[in-house]
Each structure stands twice: as structure tokens, then as C-alpha cells.
Design a protein around this ligand. Structure first.
Ligand code: HEC
Ligand code: HEC
Ligand code: HEC
Ligand code: HEC
Ligand code: HEC
Ligand code: HEC
Ligand code: HEC
Ligand code: HEC
Ligand code: HEC
Ligand code: HEC
Length: 330
């Protein structure tokens, strides 16, 4: 549960949101014929009579009401200090007196029919900065058309419910939009996502993160890969610089690949020689550092025409870092 302080803070924000809707609600009030319950304590007093309370909604929306009784959001209904006691329905749907009188769909706010940004504002009026990490400041879901309710079905008691938790639900949800990624997981060398042995959320935070591609973080903002591949974490006595500084996807395709070990080149040596060769530099920063690629050139005894030297990791076994050898040989 978010702390009461958060809920309180959130309720105050919600009042700001209502202030924008004030003139509309006021006119609605003049026409209202519905029974009137006490206004929620944190709603501005002058709009108080526009609220009817959840009990009134129940009279016509019995199914949703019953469903709601089993949902996490009933907490709003009984929470003394959150500001929406007995007005849970209206915390998302806005003041409902007029609609309750006319039963006209046009008179009530349906968060799903708003543009994503407005829907999110309703949800974030309570869910911003909670301990649950749902804030979406760094998320490209936020920048587009994906709102909270694209992934969270508020009233469904269906298979996914309010929060998709089971691996199969999460993967089905994500791949319903990300068809291209689904195809990447059909490649021969891949993580076991299609089998639902792991999920997109093991590596991505759908709500956003400080790392590129919304990737999950782990202790001290490290990449989430370490959650399962802790042996690659180090610190090693002899680090392999790109593992430490550029991240796993420098050499691996995290979803799936046609190459063994999910490498992004079909032969290991091609991966290595992208950096360990004296080809001209490809990036501006490398040019500054002397104009050649970032890794050192393999010593001369490496005869790269000979198959013996082509499979680099036969000798450089500790490719992710070594405790014993600066050349990553053991
Ligand atoms: C007198 C009966 C009645 C009461 C009371 C009532 N509703 Fe409705 N509501 C309806 C009917 C009927 C519809 C369907 C209207 C339609 O489809 O044209 C509806 C539709 C809705 C919709 C869907 C609107 C849309 O655009 O999809 C929402 C949301 C809603 N009601 C919420 C509420 C809330 C919240 C309350 C309590 C504040 C409430 N209703 C009270 C009868 C009622
Ligand atoms: C946490 C926010 C939230 C709360 C609380 C809430 N609703 Fe909704 N409601 C929504 C959203 C979002 C939708 C759009 C459909 C969906 O995502 O489930 C919706 C849709 C509806 C609809 C349209 C029919 C449908 O299923 O699409 C009705 C009617 C409705 N709500 C009534 C109520 C009533 C009655 C209550 C109180 C018992 C209530 N809502 C509480 C967010 C909320
Ligand atoms: C009036 C405040 C309020 C509003 C508005 C609100 N929520 Fe909630 N929400 C809560 C509270 C309180 C809980 C229950 C406590 C908890 O489990 O975090 C909750 C629970 C949830 C959960 C379940 C968390 C869990 O761990 O099971 C989800 C998901 C959620 N809300 C999504 C939404 C979405 C999406 C919207 C917008 C359509 C929304 N909420 C609007 C207060 C609110
Ligand atoms: C792209 C899909 C997606 C979007 C968009 C999204 N969520 Fe979620 N959310 C999820 C998934 C999946 C989980 C379950 C995560 C897990 O199990 O770790 C979740 C979990 C949650 C939880 C429960 C957190 C917990 O740890 O128990 C809350 C609360 C929540 N989301 C709120 C929101 C709010 C508020 C928004 C909009 C600002 C939002 N979500 C947008 C997919 C989404
Ligand atoms: C309703 C459709 C929809 C759903 C469901 C959805 N996404 Fe997205 N996702 C998008 C859109 C739109 C974008 C932004 C455009 C893009 O980058 O492709 C996006 C972007 C992303 C990105 C790229 C972020 C970046 O900054 O490069 C990741 C990662 C992502 N989604 C993961 C997920 C995960 C994980 C889930 C399931 C929990 C999920 N998405 C569910 C539509 C969706
Ligand atoms: C093993 C960890 C892992 C899993 C599991 C995973 N991803 Fe990713 N994903 C990543 C990483 C790391 C990147 C960044 C790749 C890069 O920058 O080259 C990424 C990039 C993305 C992107 C943006 C770039 C692109 O390819 O369009 C999207 C969208 C995305 N993932 C969606 C998903 C979805 C949907 C799922 C589940 C079906 C999923 N991911 C499962 C690690 C993972
Ligand atoms: C939830 C745990 C989990 C996370 C998180 C995870 N992995 Fe994995 N990874 C696995 C498992 C389990 C396997 C073995 C899969 C198999 O046997 O098919 C694997 C296999 C691999 C392999 C291929 C190994 C081989 O022998 O072919 C690579 C490469 C890899 N992961 C890289 C990554 C990268 C990069 C990330 C972060 C973007 C990551 N993993 C995140 C669990 C995880
Ligand atoms: C410099 C390129 C490079 C980087 C960066 C890199 N790897 Fe690898 N990785 C490889 C190569 C090459 C192999 C195959 C080794 C072999 O041939 O046996 C491999 C194999 C693996 C394997 C399977 C075999 C094993 O050792 O368990 C896993 C899992 C793996 N890498 C995870 C990761 C993770 C997690 C990261 C990020 C922390 C990462 N890799 C970063 C090059 C790299
Ligand atoms: C993204 C660029 C990059 C890739 C790809 C890469 N390396 Fe490196 N490697 C470096 C950098 C940078 C260093 C440390 C600086 C240096 O070379 O002097 C380093 C260090 C090394 C060292 C330690 C010796 C030394 O010079 O400090 C060996 C051995 C090595 N790499 C082998 C490999 C092998 C084998 C592969 C392929 C599996 C590979 N590297 C892939 C960039 C890379
Ligand atoms: C047959 C074993 C073997 C193979 C295969 C091999 N190396 Fe080496 N490599 C070594 C040995 C041994 C050293 C250490 C030489 C020394 O001690 O000075 C070394 C050193 C290096 C260094 C360190 C150079 C320095 O300045 O310290 C780099 C970089 C390197 N190898 C890259 C590669 C690359 C890239 C490949 C694949 C194309 C590869 N190696 C294949 C055995 C091998």
C-alpha cells in the first residue's frame, strides 16, 4: 500500500485537476436531480453537491460494483485520509451527480476515452511517486499513445485483472503491440520468453527507467541482466572494458539471435575484430583517441588467416573479465 502521506499528497493534486473542470461541473450541478451525498473532504467545497457517492453508482452498475469490492481500489472507498472516502468511483470518473440523474454516457468521464496524457493524469493523481515505481518520467510509453489503462484493466475480473502478473499474461500483453520483438524471440538462440519461463518485465520496466530502452535496473542502477547472470558482474581484477562500460548488448542481442550465445555477429572473431583491429575509427570520440578502434590490436603471433586463431574465445575464455589474467585467458 502507498503510504497515507502519498495518498494525501495525491488527493491534493487531484483537486487541482478538478479545478480545471470546475465550470463544466457547476453547470451540470444546476440540472442535477440525483440524490446527494456528502462531498469528499478534499474536494473543493463549492463543487460538493456535484458528487453523489459510490452507493448511487451501485444502483445502476451492479456488476462493476461487485467487481470493485474485490479490487485493490476499494481501499480508496474506506480510506479516511485519502480524500475520496465513499467516493471511489468518482475519484476516477469525476463528479457524477449529473450522470446519475440522466444516465447519459456523455455526462460522465470515461478514462479510456481520453487521450493518453489525460488518462495518465487521473491515475498519477494518486500513483505518482509511490514506492511502487509507477511514475513514468523516463518512459517512451508516456510519449506516445500508451496510457495506464492500455495495460491495466480497472474493472475486469478477467484473466489479466488489474495487474498482469503471470508470465503468460505479461508476455501476451507486451507482444500484442510489439510484434517485431515477438519475432526476435522466434530466433534459434534466445531467452525463454515464448515458453513463459521469463518475461519482458524481467528486463524492462514498463513504467520507465533511467537506462536506455526502459531496461530494468538492479542494485546501484546496474543493468538487470545481473539479476540472473551475476557471474558476469565482477568486479574483476582484470575487467574487459566493453562489458563494464558499454554493456552486454555491445556483443549480444538480448532478445534472440541467429548466432550461438546470442552474439550479434555470426562468428566470434568478427565481434572482437570490430574493436581489436587497426581499421580506421568509426566514431568521433575514437578519432580523438588516435584514430583507431578502441581495442588494442592482437599481437603479431595471432595469425588471423589460420583457423587456430579465429575462434578467439577458445583461448580468451574469461571474455567477461578475469580474476587471474590480464589477457583474459583464464
Ligand atoms: C440511473 C442509473 C445510473 C446511475 C445512478 C449511474 N449510471 Fe453510469 N451509466 C448508466 C447507463 C444506462 C450507462 C450507459 C449509457 C450508454 O451506454 O449510453 C452508463 C454509463 C456509464 C459510464 C460509461 C460512459 C462511457 O462513455 O463509456 C460510466 C464511466 C459510468 N456510467 C459511471 C458511473 C458512475 C461513476 C456513477 C456514479 C457516480 C454512475 N455511472 C451512476 C446509468 C447510471
Ligand atoms: C481506478 C480508477 C477507477 C475507479 C475507482 C472506477 N473506475 Fe470505472 N472505469 C475506469 C476506467 C479506466 C474505465 C475504462 C474501462 C477499463 O479500463 O476497465 C472505466 C469504465 C467504467 C464504466 C464503463 C463500462 C466499462 O466496463 O467499460 C463504468 C459503467 C464504470 N467504469 C463505472 C464505475 C463505477 C460504478 C465505479 C465505482 C464502483 C468505478 N467505475 C470505479 C476507471 C475507474
Ligand atoms: C484516488 C486515488 C487513486 C486513483 C485516482 C487511482 N488509483 Fe490505483 N490505487 C489506489 C490505491 C489506494 C490502491 C490500493 C493500494 C495499493 O495496492 O497500492 C491502488 C491500486 C492500484 C493497482 C494495483 C496495485 C497492486 O499492487 O495490486 C493498480 C494497477 C492501479 N491502482 C492502477 C491505477 C490506474 C491505471 C489508475 C487510473 C485509471 C488508478 N490506479 C487510479 C489509488 C488510486
Ligand atoms: C506497457 C504496459 C504498462 C503501462 C503503460 C503501465 N503499466 Fe503498470 N504495470 C504493468 C505491468 C506488466 C505490471 C506488473 C509488473 C510486475 O509484476 O513487476 C505493472 C504494475 C503496476 C503496479 C503495481 C506495482 C507493484 O509493484 O505491485 C501499479 C500500481 C501500476 N502498474 C500502475 C501504473 C500506472 C499508474 C500507470 C500509468 C501511469 C501504469 N501502471 C502504466 C504494465 C504497465
Ligand atoms: C498498447 C500497445 C503497447 C503495449 C501493450 C506495450 N507497448 Fe511498449 N511501446 C508501445 C509504443 C507505441 C512504444 C513507443 C514507440 C516505440 O518505441 O516503438 C513502445 C515502446 C516500448 C519500448 C522501447 C522503449 C525505448 O525507449 O526504446 C520498450 C522497451 C517497451 N515498449 C516494452 C514494453 C513492455 C515490456 C510491455 C509489456 C509490459 C509493453 N511494451 C507493452 C506500445 C505498447
Ligand atoms: C533478456 C532481457 C530482455 C528481455 C527478456 C526482453 N528484452 Fe527487450 N530489450 C532488452 C535490451 C537490453 C534492449 C536494448 C537493446 C539495444 O539497445 O540494443 C531491449 C530493447 C527493446 C525494445 C526497443 C528496441 C527494439 O528492438 O525495438 C523493445 C520495444 C523491447 N525491447 C521490447 C521487449 C518485449 C515486448 C519483450 C518481451 C516479449 C522484451 N523486450 C524482452 C532486453 C530484454
Ligand atoms: C530472469 C533471468 C534472466 C535475465 C534477467 C537475463 N537472462 Fe540471459 N539467460 C537466462 C537463462 C535462464 C539463460 C539460459 C537460457 C537457455 O538455456 O535457453 C540465459 C541465456 C543467456 C545467454 C546465452 C547463453 C547461451 O549459452 O547461449 C546470453 C548471451 C544472455 N542470457 C545474455 C543476457 C543479457 C545480455 C541480459 C540482459 C539484457 C540477460 N541475459 C538477462 C536468464 C536471464
Ligand atoms: C566483448 C563482447 C561481450 C560483452 C560486452 C558481453 N559478452 Fe557475453 N559473451 C561474449 C562471447 C564472445 C561469448 C561466447 C563465449 C564462448 O564462445 O564460449 C559470451 C557468452 C555469454 C554467455 C554464455 C556463456 C557463459 O559464459 O555463461 C552469457 C550468459 C553471457 N555472455 C552474458 C553476458 C552478459 C550478462 C553481459 C553483460 C554483463 C555480457 N555477456 C557481455 C561476449 C561478450
Ligand atoms: C566494443 C569494443 C570491444 C569488443 C567488441 C571487444 N573488445 Fe576486447 N577490449 C576492448 C577494450 C577497449 C579493451 C581494453 C583496452 C585495450 O585494448 O587496451 C579490451 C581488452 C581486451 C583484452 C585484454 C588485453 C588488453 O589489451 O588489455 C583482450 C584479451 C580482449 N580485449 C579480447 C577480446 C576478444 C577475444 C573479443 C571478442 C570476443 C573482444 N575483446 C571484444 C574493446 C573491445
Ligand atoms: C591460440 C590461442 C589464442 C587465440 C585463438 C587468440 N588469442 Fe589473443 N592472445 C593469446 C595469448 C597467449 C595472448 C597473450 C600474449 C602475451 O602474453 O603477450 C593473447 C593476447 C591478446 C590480446 C592482448 C594484446 C595486448 O596488447 O596485450 C588481444 C587484444 C588479443 N589477444 C585478441 C585476440 C583476438 C581478437 C582473437 C581472435 C581473432 C584472439 N586474440 C585469439 C592467445 C590467443
Amino acid at each position: 500500500m502507498p503510504s497515507t502521506r502519498n495518498t494525501l499528497r495525491a488527493a491534493r493534486r487531484h483537486c487541482l485537476f478538478l479545478a480545471v473542470a470546475a465550470p463544466l461541473v457547476f453547470v451540470a450541478g444546476l440540472l442535477s436531480v440525483a440524490p446527494v451525498a456528502a462531498a469528499p473532504p478534499h474536494a473543493p467545497k463549492k463543487f460538493g453537491e456535484e458528487y453523489v457517492g459510490s452507493q448511487t453508482c451501485q444502483t445502476c452498475h451492479e456488476d462493476i460494483w461487485n467487481n470493485y469490492q474485490k479490487s485493490a481500489h476499494t481501499f480508496v472507498e474506506t480510506d479516511e485520509r485519502g480524500g475520496w472516502k465513499e467516493h471511489g468511483c468518482e475519484s476516477c470518473h469525476g463528479a457524477g451527480a449529473k450522470h446519475a440523474g440522466t444516465a447519459d454516457a456523455a455526462e460522465i468521464r470515461n478514462p479510456k476515452k481520453l487521450v493518453a496524457e489525460q488518462t495518465d493524469k487521473i491515475c498519477l493523481s494518486c500513483h505518482l511517486n509511490t514506492t511502487k515505481h509507477s511514475e513514468r518520467i523516463q518512459s517512451s510509453h508516456m510519449k506516445d499513445t500508451v496510457s495506464c489503462v492500455a495495460c491495466h484493466t480497472i474493472h475486469a475480473n478477467g484473466p489479466a485483472g488489474l495487474v498482469p502478473r503471470a508470465a503468460s499474461q505479461v508476455n501476451a500483453l507486451c507482444t500484442s503491440c510489439h510484434q517485431g520483438v515477438k519475432a526476435q524471440f522466434a530466433k534459434p538462440f534466445r531467452h525463454k520468453v515464448p515458453e513463459n519461463e521469463m518475461t519482458c518485465v524481467d528486463c524492462h520496466n514498463p513504467h520507465g527507467s533511467l537506462r536506455p530502452a526502459m531496461t530494468q535496473t538492479f542494485a546501484a542502477n546496474e543493468p538487470g541482466c545481473f539479476k540472473c547472470h551475476g557471474d558476469k558482474r565482477g568486479p574483476f581484477t582484470f575487467e574487459h572494458a566493453p562489458v563494464k562500460f558499454e554493456g552486454c548488448n555491445t556483443c549480444h542481442e538480448p532478445h534472440g539471435s541467429t548466432n550461438p550465445r546470442m552474439l550479434n555477429r555470426h562468428e566470434v572473431r568478427l565481434n572482437c575484430l570490430e574493436c581489436h583491429s587497426n581499421l580506421p575509427a568509426v566514431s568521433a570520440s575514437a578519432v580523438k583517441n588516435g584514430g583507431i578502434l578502441p581495442g588494442s590490436v592482437p599481437p603479431a603471433f595471432h595469425d588471423l588467416r589460420s583457423p587456430r586463431y579465429q575462434n578467439c574465445t577458445v583461448c580468451h575464455q574469461k571474455i567477461h573479465g578475469s580474476y587471474a589474467d590480464r589477457n583474459l585467458l583464464r
